[in-house]
Design a protein. Structure first.
Length: 502
């Protein structure tokens, strides 16, 4: 586009902040964002990532919706009469949708919180996130506790937020309680096959899950599963008289071997067969969260998918960015469950992602207060697990992925399109006509150091495993249209969800 188009920019205070709002009807939690004073405008770039590929051209936005996507050669607007925001060679992509974030609000907002967590999301190009039902207090396991979530979030979020509900033994065995939770507008359920570490979020066995699947099938809502089970590790978990060093990451790794994931997934695929066409839970969908084991566990998932099970899987940037061998002694910022495994496993995760065997990515952003990470002691066995990453998922995925030749289209698929489908968000996840104009603009070749000078919005930067690293792929702007929407959706709206196109 000719540089003349840039002239209209001078009229707008656009480059002053990272975030634009133009929904005047809602109050902003603070002044770190700016309102774009237009309800009809164009975003132009040489690299607009659409489901039809990356095009040079412009996206037309009116009243918060994308109303056209036009290639440069067909784009004829008079820049004197039209507002054009021209990003030149910066990439314009659908905003990231993070289907796995723990905002810990209400009840543990000293760990994270709706304002801080959603500000970190906006700063990192994440325009929608789906909050996990645990680490807040109480956990979101009933209609009543969902109401507390919604009350805590109302007027305090900077991006769109939806909620997963918890599947726990109490509601798994009580269909009417589960129905009330689903009717109240959670986007789906999440359960743990190992103790979650949170008292009011007990684990579910395969038989609890089996019991819940027909209800989920009726509602066409997914069940997200933390797939690890406790094993009798033949005494391997016993640390011989403290000989094993708890400051060594390898000690922690031994306590959560890949066989724990494998055993859980083995149980799950005996259930997911019922989701096949004609099965007793047809219409239900199982989604395995944060897969770490790229060996046997991944093969089991691949085979189940090939047999027609309604099954998807995500992994997280920390499994793709870090390797167990490189984690310094005592650096508990890297503790999470399942654990980060060896470098060869990391390579296999990338292969699986590139081959489409892993469907999507999520942050599993899960901070705590710094004291619980025991950074001074560095005890991997006692420290709280959870990686704090929400603001950095775009540059982390890009920095590590570009070595494998990932494309902008793949990024958009893993971080927007497929997560939108999992969560049933039919007007999000792509730069396409009719969709909400949730957009991230970023610069692939811009490198930056994540140091104390970098504007970090995550509540506790000191516990983020990414601090101290150099990343490329800087987020320049995040456009959010229905800012502060809580995606608490009446279930009838979701009846048309189909899983097959994830
Ligand atoms: C099932 O849940 C409903 C609604 O939450 C509750 O009223 C009922 O007492 C529960 N039934 C049992 C058997 O616990
Ligand atoms: C992709 O291109 C086809 C053919 O030009 C068009 O019909 C379709 O609407 C486009 N899809 C999107 C999402 O832009
Ligand atoms: Zn999690």
């Amino acid at each position: 586009m000719e540089s003349g188009k840039r002239s209209s920019l001078a009229l707008l205070p656009l480059f002053l902040s990272f975030l634009f709002y133009f929904d005047f009807s809602k109050k902003l939690p603070s002044s770190d964002c700016s309102l774009l004073p237009h309800n009809h405008y164009w975003i132009a770039s040489k690299y607009i990532v659409t489901p039809n590929g990356t095009v040079s051209g412009a996206v037309e936005i009116k009243e918060g919706r994308i109303i056209s996507v036009v290639a440069e050669e067909n784009w004829h607007v008079n820049s004197w009469f039209t507002t054009v925001v021209n990003y030149g060679e910066s990439v314009v992509m659908p905003g990231f949708i993070d289907v796995h974030a723990h905002l810990d609000d209400p009840g543990r907002s000293e760990w994270e919180g709706f304002p801080s967590g959603t500000k970190a999301a906006a700063a990192g190009g994440v325009t929608t996130l789906v909050d996990m039902p645990l680490n807040s207090a109480p956990s979101t396991v009933s209609e009543e506790t969902l109401k507390l979530k919604v009350q805590a979030a109302e007027g305090r979020v900077y991006v769109d937020v939806g909620f997963w509900g918890g599947l726990v033994p109490e509601n798994a065995e009580n269909a009417s309680s589960l129905e009330r939770l689903l009717n109240a507008g959670v986007l789906g359920l999440k359960s743990f096959m190992v103790p979650s570490g949170i008292n009011d979020f007990p684990m579910t066995t395969a038989s609890h899950i089996k019991e819940a699947l027909p209800t989920l099938a009726r509602y066409k809502r997914p069940l997200l599963v933390h797939a690890e089970v406790l094993l009798d590790l033949d005494g391997k978990m016993e640390l011989e008289d403290g000989v094993e060093n708890a400051r060594s990451y390898s000690t922690y790794l031994k306590t959560r071997p890949a066989s724990m994931e494998e055993a859980a997934i083995n149980q799950l695929i005996t259930l997911s067969k019922d989701t096949r066409a004609g099965g007793s839970a047809e219409g239900a969908h199982l989604h395995i969260v944060h897969l770490s084991d790229a060996r046997t566990s991944l093969n089991l998932i691949k085979e189940a998918k090939q047999r027609g099970d309604s099954l998807t899987v995500e992994t997280c940037p920390h499994y793709l960015a870090f390797a167990a061998e490189d984690i310094p002694d005592g650096d508990t910022r890297f503790k999470c469950a399942p654990p980060i495994r060896d470098a060869a496993n990391k390579e296999k995760l990338w292969d699986a992602l590139l081959d489409g065997d892993i469907d999507m990515l999520s942050s599993d952003h899960s901070p705590s207060v710094p004291e619980m990470k025991l950074l001074d002691e560095g005890d991997f066995l006692k420290a709280w697990g959870g990686i704090s990453s929400l603001q950095f998922v775009l540059p982390a995925t890009w920095t590590h992925g570009r070595k494998y030749g990932i494309t902008f289209e793949q990024l958009a698929s893993w971080w927007s399109e497929k997560p939108a489908k999992l969560a049933g968000l039919t007007t999000k996840g792509a730069i396409a006509v009719g969709n909400q104009a949730d957009i991230v603009v970023w610069e692939p070749d811009m490198e930056f150091d994540l140091d104390n000078d970098y504007p970090v919005h995550i509540k506790h930067p000191s516990i983020s495993a990414y601090m101290g690293s150099r990343l490329s792929g800087k987020v320049l702007e995040t456009f959010i249209i229905s800012a502060m929407s809580l995606l608490v959706v009446p279930l009838t709206f979701l009846e048309t969800t189909t899983w097959h196109d994830i």
